[in-house]
Design a protein around this ligand. Structure first.
Ligand code: RP5
Length: 167
């Protein structure tokens, strides 16, 4: 198996403005990734072929984003034993349709479903980094460092607020 990477799939190029954030976070962690438009409904054969090929090339985690009747993550999970993370995209019904379509998988074929939209796109990358970090000490350390930075940022924001309130 070659160097592990994350495959980011989207049901449509209209999902790209949201999913760009996923790639950006993976890049911060130094994790290789690739991105592909592939639809569970419109290109089912190509989706299946891509999953098999990506797995052979060393894909460690699949991130699958889709809106409406969002079956992409489930369809990918049906064809791989690598972890699959689903990102529901808001394109109708406030994204609730995509959330339920992604999260409600039958027992035995899991999809780790994150939040609707951009927070979900980012959390898919953080979760993928945590999965890769189980076996990669350098990635694990980067995740730890990033958590520490988040903590510092909140403490600094509170310190600034307290300074403003207390003159
Ligand atoms: C889903 O349908 C896509 O993931 C997208 O979120 C939604 C709308 O697709 P387009 O009509 O914009 O191609 O399959």
């Amino acid at each position: 198996m070659s160097q592990p990477f994350v495959a980011i799939l989207m049901g449509s190029d209209s999902d790209l403005p949201v999913m760009q954030a996923c790639g950006e976070v993976l890049t911060q962690f130094g994790i290789r990734w690739e991105m592909k438009v592939s639809s569970a409904h419109r290109t089912p054969d190509a989706t299946r072929a891509y999953v098999a090929d990506a797995e052979k090339r060393g894909c460690a985690v699949f991130v699958c984003a889709a809106g409406m009747a969002a079956h992409l993550a489930g369809a990918v999970a049906a064809h791989t034993q690598r972890p699959v993370i689903g990102v529901p995209i808001e394109s109708s019904l406030d994204g609730l349709d995509a959330l339920l379509s992604t999260v409600q998988m039958p027992a035995g074929i899991p999809v780790a479903t994150v939040a609707i939209g951009k927070a979900g796109a980012k959390n898919a990358a953080y979760l993928a980094a945590q999965i890769i970090g189980v076996a990669d000490a350098a990635v694990y350390r980067k995740v730890q460092d990033e958590r520490a930075a988040q903590t510092r940022a909140v403490l600094e924001k509170d310190a600034a607020l307290q300074a403003k309130l207390n003159g």
